[in-house]
Design a protein around this ligand. Sequence first.
Ligand code: SAH
Length: 454
Amino acid sequence: MKTQPVQKNETIEVEIIDLTHEGLGVGKVDGYPLFIENSLPGEKVKILVLKAGTKFGYGKVLERLTDSPDRVTLTDESLLRTGIAPLQHMTYEAQLLFKQKQVEKVLEKISKMPDVPVLPTVGMVNPVGYRNKAQIPVRKVAGQIETGFYRKNSHDLIPIKDFHIQDPAIDQAIVVIRDILARFNVKIYDEKGHVGNLRHIIIRRGHYSHQMMVVLVTRTGKIFKHEQITEEILKELPEVVSIIQNINPDKTNVILGKESKLLYGKDHIEDQLLGKTYQISAPSFYQVNTEQTEFMYQTAMDFAGLSKDDIIIDAYCGIGTIGLSMADRVNHVYGVEIVKEAIDDAKINAFNNSIENVTFKTGSAEKVMQKWKESGIDPTVLVVDPPRKGLTEPFIETAIEMQPERIIYISCNPATLARDLKLFASNYEVKKVQPIDLFPQTHHVESVTLLQRK
Ligand code: SAH
């Protein structure tokens, strides 16, 4: 029985009327939505129906009948196919507008706050080559060691050399390391049989410092000839200051395992943000787009309107970068973060930058906030920068009870931001949201929101 207006493998023509939050074009047949990669609103496309579920389907463009003025010519199809750069077919102006509209949409639909000003997205002058970190799977493809990225919704590796959005020095280092691994006949991980050894190459490179960290993620504890491999890496990549082996024995999509060994140098790199120096260990979070992060922290500070009497809580503080950027201008900063290594970094970062008016605690933000409240800590400004899943209700309850004058909510997910803003609504007024493009060519939307106590 035919329930959907289209069937799998059917060829049809549709007009694109919208974009999903992931940047897929939306075309409708009798109200039934089809999601279509590499298509833009206004474009008429001939598609092959790839999948027709009960509520929606997916299609693939066979032929584009008209072009949107927002379209740019694709430089590399594999970046769309892997999802590395899903907005690569849009002009940068259109990408920035798309992100601003995303935020407006969720504030209206989820928060029921249609009147909150959402400022135009602040973009990059040169929106490519910005990522300071890469996590690259290594696989054998047709007998060759290859580095690249998985085809979307699969684990088939598409070999890629130019990742477009990564620091070109990182792209180059990946190829160099790949070739060294090949020369030494290192066993490469095979996901299907869960055999072989080398799984991922992770590289971090300081935007200002150019210090490079290489993490080789392996399945087993041993890497054959690792001394010689280390030596070769150092010879060919003089920026490397740290080589780490991380062991992940599990059959899992999670990249890092629990155990690490230092193969060479320090267990961290250093980099600068807004004139301060930070050490960054392998397990610690560090914003991937340094240039835009500086603008974002500056925006957070402007929104916070800092003064010498302010007591700041920097929740989800990572290696302490936001709080330490603010510390000179305020009375005291309290930071909380769940990853112990990140808090170790944060404490060293305070010391190295001669900052004494800070307190960093390891723990879950909700628990530590509760403790701080009980011990009478009375913040004037609360900064939150949670992961994609956003804040929890207990955290928000405690935050409201602590009555900070202002809350700065840094978000990497508009949907959870909007959900959380609603929970603050009876006590806090949402003054404005500033989207900042931390992830050009991708659908990720970062923003800074100012909330003012009523
Ligand atoms: N503000 C930092 C880090 C932001 S990323 C920066 O700008 O670099 C979010 C951080 O929240 C990560 O470091 C992650 O380890 C941490 N985190 C995740 N869940 C947490 C929780 N429940 N409590 C405290 N920190 C948490």
